[in-house]
Design a protein around this ligand. Structure first.
Ligand SMILES: Cc1cc2nc3c(=O)[nH]c(=O)nc-3n(C[C@H](O)[C@H](O)[C@H](O)COP(=O)(O)OP(=O)(O)OC[C@H]3O[C@@H](n4cnc5c(N)ncnc54)[C@H](O)[C@@H]3O)c2cc1C
Length: 392
């Protein structure tokens, strides 16, 4: 029997009801109910994509004795630039508490940044336009690589360099095929392969991803290089800077509670993540040129960035998809409800989906109802990539 719950004496996997989506709970409560008992026999789950959602799901399944394999196309966790700082709130924290064993959840908490208390919207001359208190709930940030390292720890079957190409239903199971000519059979195939999902394009070819027309240059500046000239509000939380003519700079400080290297993870120093966003071709200019009239401390922050850590992305989003008939193929995270990074929600929701799927493994339709409702509500949000305060 492959299903062997870690904290139960019988050989069943516990499956629970979907969480009600509502206001943020406090740290003491959880969106996720305890698992209920149901039988899923020798279920084998194939997870395509070893990003946040795929790894989170694999951890949750492993914790509950369900056999799962993660297939990740990249050769290593660091093969591509994918951004640095991730805002995480109680959606991610609750999901991780559910999916991770206590020692890994502890590692997650220890490597979070100092909590965020407020968002401060600034002018290019560092005048405060607005402050928004973030409230008492869990609100902080993590480094993406650090979190992925934690999520990868202890997984029995995580395969790198495995690029999924397509699947085929086969005698009541699903066969996944890979670019190197290999294949794998499972009872459930989960597309956790991000915004460009191959699983989605085969399973739901009508689902649409659209380019918002906004481009964004991401960078990272070591805190030590700018500490003496750091805009003070950054110490309290995220800071969007707007020229109110469509150019925006978002700043987020990552000050690890405990340095990852002290916990056996890849070393990172404290840093400031910045992203400069504009529509159309404005970003053809160098970031330093675009902000040449801005406050010297902001220019200093961009000037002192680590050059090899700077990269550009197009901001894309997804169109809501009508319910479909559940089968042995499903999707989670960006593979189905991708949204612009500016919402600070995509990672939180990928982990939320992972935890929800763990509680609904034998009720894929029920999982998908929750996943679509919560995910596409976040996608719909404000129409534009630009939050209100960035607009002209
Ligand atoms: C710069 C940036 C900043 C962001 N900031 C935030 C933030 O502050 N807060 C927040 O909540 N969200 C943020 N997001 C969004 C967040 O990163 C995503 O929503 C989240 O990573 C989605 O998780 P996922 O597991 O669904 O997909 P991903 O994390 O994208 O993982 C998908 C994985 O699938 C793999 N894959 C793809 N195709 C294949 C294939 N054919 N075969 C095998 N493997 C494949 C990929 O290599 C990747 O590892 C940010 C995004 C970016 C780009």
């Amino acid at each position: 029997m492959l299903c062997k719950p870690s904290n139960s004496t019988n050989s069943t996997v516990r499956v629970g009801m979907p969480p009600a989506w509502g206001p943020s709970p406090t740290a003491a409560t959880s969106y996720f109910p305890p698992f209920l008992t149901c039988h899923c026999g020798q279920m084998r789950v194939l997870i395509i994509g070893g990003g946040l959602g795929g790894l989170g799901l694999a951890q949750g399944l492993e914790k509950n004795g369900v056999e799962a394999t993660v297939f990740e196309r990249d050769r290593t966790l660091t093969a591509r630039p994918q951004g640095y700082r991730l805002h995480v709130d109680s959606r991610a924290a609750d999901a991780l508490r559910q999916c991770l064993p206590p020692d890994l959840y502890d590692l997650f908490e220890q490597t979070t940044s100092r909590p965020s208390h407020r968002v401060t919207v600034l002018t290019p001359q560092l005048k405060t336009l607005k402050t928004i208190e973030t409230g008492p709930g869990f609100s902080t940030s993590v480094d993406r690589l650090t979190l992925r390292e934690i999520l990868s720890t202890g997984l029995p079957d995580l395969r790198f360099g495995a690029q999924f190409t397509h699947y085929e239903p086969r005698n009541g199971t699903i066969r996944a095929h890979f670019a190197d000519g290999t294949s794998a059979d499972g009872d459930l195939l989960v597309g956790a392969d991000g915004i460009g999902s191959r699983v989605r394009s085969q399973y739901l070819p009508h689902a649409r991803i659209v380019d918002t027309g906004t481009r964004c240059v991401y960078g990272r500046t070591p805190l030590a290089a700018v500490e003496d000239r750091l805009p003070a509000p950054l110490r309290d939380g995220f800071c969007p800077v707007t020229d109110r003519r469509g150019l925006g700079l978002a700043l987020g400080l990552v000050q690890f509670r405990t340095k990852p290297s002290a916990l056996g993870l890849t070393a990172h120093e404290d840093y400031v993540m910045w992203s400069l966003a504009a529509r159309g071709s404005r970003l053809d200019q160098e970031p330093a040129d675009l902000i040449r009239t801005w406050h010297p401390d902001l220019r200093n922050l961009i000037d002192r960035a680590t050059p090899e850590a700077t990269f550009e992305i197009r901001i894309r989003t997804s169109k809501p998809v009508r319910p479909w008939t559940p089968t042995a193929v499903t999707l989670l995270g960006d593979a189905i409800h991708a949204m612009p990074p500016s919402r600070g929600s995509g990672a939180n929701l990928a982990l939320f989906d992972a935890a929800t799927l763990c509680t609904r493994l034998t009720d894929i339709g029920g999982y998908e109802d929750v996943m679509r409702r919560v995910g596409f509500a976040a996608v719909r949000g404000p129409r534009s990539y630009w939050p209100r305060w960035f607009r002209r």
